[in-house]
Ligand binder design. Structure first.
Ligand SMILES: Cc1cc2nc3c(=O)[nH]c(=O)nc-3n(C[C@H](O)[C@H](O)[C@H](O)COP(=O)(O)O)c2cc1C
Length: 172
């Protein structure tokens, strides 16, 4: 698949088969995340790889019983780590760039999953304090997205988008 086919192929998957993910595929997903751009190349985020079933079940609870988090063989948790860019960017780095860094890394991971026939879904609705507790995160790291990854067990209908002409504004 070329890039545009991958972008089109990616859809939120909320049902997974029991098939585990090959290590090489997972490695490529993680490398894609690491290849994402970040403010000043500081990479002000950390990624937690969760395979353990009991932990995934706890994450599912912390996300309001989004059971597919427990079903997918792997969950990647993207956390901001503003200490990495604080020296250079201070408040804007901590409140904005670190979140953007983590979000871009998560987006790249999603596309790398789709490119390899894997499904994922961005999970943003969860109790941050609970997820931090479950993963034992240091206090200066904030979980911002969780990404269950696995082989798709569903083929959802494509969700419609606003027309490009509706969301793009010619300025000036
Ligand atoms: C910031 C953000 C938070 C999201 N949180 C959740 C979530 O908690 N649970 C969920 O099932 N989907 C979540 N999604 C996925 C969206 O619902 C999904 O991307 C959207 O409906 C478009 O569908 P598509 O990804 O299949 O194109 C989230 C997506 C984003 C970008």
């Amino acid at each position: 698949m070329d890039l545009f086919e991958v972008i089109h192929a990616r859809q939120s998957i909320r049902l997974y088969t029991e098939q585990s993910i090959e290590d090489e595929k997972l490695q490529r997903i993680l490398q894609a995340a690491a290849d994402a751009p970040s403010a000043g190349n500081r990479q002000a985020y950390e990624i937690y790889l969760v395979r353990d079933l009991a932990l995934r079940q706890e994450l599912a609870r912390a996300a309001g019983d989004q059971e597919f988090l427990a079903q997918a063989p792997v969950v990647l948790v993207f956390c901001t780590y503003p200490a990495r860019n604080a020296e250079r960017y201070a408040k804007r780095g901590a409140t904005l760039y670190a979140v953007q860094d983590a979000a871009i890394a998560c987006s790249f991971a999603m596309l790398a999953a789709a490119a390899q026939g894997l499904g994922s879904v961005w999970v943003g609705a969860f109790d941050e304090q609970e997820v931090s507790r479950i993963l034992g995160l240091p206090p200066d790291q904030r979980p911002v997205s969780m990404l269950p990854v696995g082989y798709p067990g569903e083929t959802p209908d494509r969700r419609a988008r606003r027309p490009v002409l509706d969301l793009v504004h010619l300025a000036g």
